[in-house]
Design a protein around this ligand. Structure first.
Ligand code: F6R
Length: 244
């Protein structure tokens, strides 16, 4: 695991975009694993800028997203479908048929999850999986628990996650209680992983991910067993000291 300390959110976003751009240039038909949330917004902004200046081409790029709220149609402004369209897909020359996100509007958990696993298997392997880190240590929506969930599945969101995500909704009751998410096993099959962490409110959990025991109680800690993980974390998230 390579941990790079960066100054702040802006620098983190710049470096993350450069990292992803390098992968895209080397492999113009790469399958990218993408994330939503506040953390990658700056990265997507930078990627859009690179596209606008003709420095990046998305025409052959394929994407799969980590997760989606269960019960939200893709047209909902709170869905991750909508987020991806707003922040990236509608602003670059990616083909809509090359973007894949779990279908939150389909209540048939079994078929949604199986189809997604089959899809990743067929399109994959994921060249680089972008990850944020939840306040409770979750990656994608794999919440702390007694075991690592292997494959794409449906989860109940933790109270802490609901609290953290309510900022995107008009009121707390609107936050869906369930989500579909790639499993830990699905994520660990990616060739490489890029995790971004920003802000002092993530410092405690990041320390556990980096230095605590590898345990499903801190799902992000499993990344220590992956052979190719890069972390860009800003000074606030790292406290002081750790560089790579
Ligand atoms: C989003 C996702 C989540 C977020 C995490 C951090 O697709 O999978 O694991 O990465 O909740 O969210 P932010 O970036 O909003 O702090």
């Amino acid at each position: 695991m390579k941990v790079y300390k960066v100054k702040d959110y802006e620098t983190m976003s710049q470096k993350a975009a450069a990292f992803l751009a390098a992968k895209m240039i080397l492999k113009p038909d790469a399958l990218l694993g993408l994330a939503t949330g506040s953390t990658p917004i700056g990265t997507y902004k930078r990627l859009v800028e690179m596209y606008q200046t003709n420095d990046l081409d998305f025409s052959g790029i394929r994407t799969v997203n980590l997760d989606e709220y269960r019960g939200l149609p893709s047209s909902s402004p709170n869905s991750y479908h909508y987020f991806m369209k707003e922040n990236l897909f509608s602003k670059v020359n990616i083909l809509p048929e090359n973007t894949h996100i779990l279908d939150g509007s389909n209540p048939d958990t079994e078929s949604v999850c199986q189809e997604y696993e089959d899809k990743i298997e067929k399109l994959g392997p994921i060249e680089v999986q972008l990850l944020g880190l939840g306040h409770d240590g979750h990656i994608a929506f794999n919440e702390p628990g007694d075991e690592f969930a292997d494959r794409t599945h449906c989860v109940w969101l933790n109270e802490q996650t609901i609290q953290a995500n309510k900022r995107f909704f008009a009121k707390e009751q609107d936050v869906p209680r369930q989500a579909y998410t790639m499993g830990i096993g699905t994520i660990m099959k990616a060739r490489s992983i890029l995790m971004l962490v920003s802000g002092s409110q993530k410092a405690e959990i990041l320390k556990k991910v980096l230095e605590g025991p590898v345990t499903p109680k801190v799902p992000g800690s499993i990344l220590r067993f992956h052979p190719d993980v890069t972390i860009f974390a800003d000074e606030a998230a790292l406290g002081c000291g750790q560089t790579g």
